[in-house]
Design a protein around this ligand. Structure first.
Ligand code: ATP
Ligand code: MG
Length: 236
């Protein structure tokens, strides 16, 4: 079953086109990697799915519903979450306050219930809920951003380079967490600069080059592709 379907999508920023004729199918329960060179449109694709760019033509379907022109908060309500690379936490607030902010679409009762539920998955925050986020490490902030997203019980989570600027050890922990979220039933779309690791943990992959889909298929196939990996992804 497809959870997300993008068809014949042309999109960009106001009058600057970036994505051309993009087709994408993400099966429910899968991890889908989106890879490609710098400036190829990976972030633009995630932003477009979430409703933050200009769609010129084409369609985006989520759980069978046309969501092409819905606002981001409406998509959150339907179960979609988007974690941009930066700016996804409020550094001047505490961990608790960040979690409450993340639940702004929810009632007080729901916030309380879901916070308890989410903290079970992120026990490191339990002991330090009143700590300022500005004192957290990059890895801890990434974990907090994930915890915040979970407040809205997403069925699809989209990550834009979640391990950028993290040490190898912290990056490993973030990848482990993403796999754990997937095992709990959440479908994942992952844009990653660590292409090899992204292809290893994902089921299917899309290679974007200059705003167009250059390859789609099994992640293993792309990982072992004699030409594409070397040409566009720095793997051989
Ligand atoms: N806000 C914007 N306004 C206009 N053009 C933009 C904007 N953001 C990105 N672009 C352009 O869109 C194209 C695709 O950029 P995008 O950020 O989607 O690429 P990317 O694949 O995510 O690259 P990277 O690997 O460097 O993160 C680039 O040519 C970029 O200059
Ligand atoms: Mg990007």
């Amino acid at each position: 079953m497809e959870i997300l379907g993008v068809s014949d999508l042309n999109a960009g920023y106001y009058k600057i086109p970036v994505l051309s004729e993009v087709n994408l199918t993400v099966p429910e329960g899968s991890i889908c990697a989106i890879v490609g060179p710098n400036g190829s449109g990976k972030s633009t694709l995630l932003k477009t799915i979430f409703g933050l760019t200009t769609v010129y033509s084409g369609r985006i379907k989520f759980n069978g519903k046309d969501i092409t022109h819905l606002k981001p908060y409406e998509k959150v309500k339907l179960g979609m979450s988007y974690l941009p690379q930066t700016g996804n936490v409020f550094p001047n607030l505490t961990i608790r306050e960040n979690m409450i902010m993340a639940g702004y679409l929810l009632s007080k009762k729901e916030i309380k219930e879901r916070m308890e539920e989410v903290l079970k998955m992120f026990p490191i925050f339990n002991i330090s809920m009143d700590k300022k986020v500005s004192t957290l490490s990059g890895g801890e902030r990434q974990m907090l951003a994930m915890a915040m997203s979970l407040m809205n019980r997403p069925s699809l989570m989209m990550f834009d380079e979640p391990t950028a600027n993290l040490s190898p050890k912290l990056a490993y922990q973030v990848f482990e967490k993403i796999e754990e979220l997937n095992e709990s039933g959440i479908t994942i779309i992952l844009v990653e600069q660590n292409v090899k690791r992204a292809l290893e943990i994902s089921d299917i992959a899309y290679l974007l080059v200059s705003g167009r889909v250059r390859f789609q298929g099994d992640s293993n196939e792309l990982l072992g592709h004699p030409e594409l990996g070397r040409l566009y992804l720095g793997i051989s």
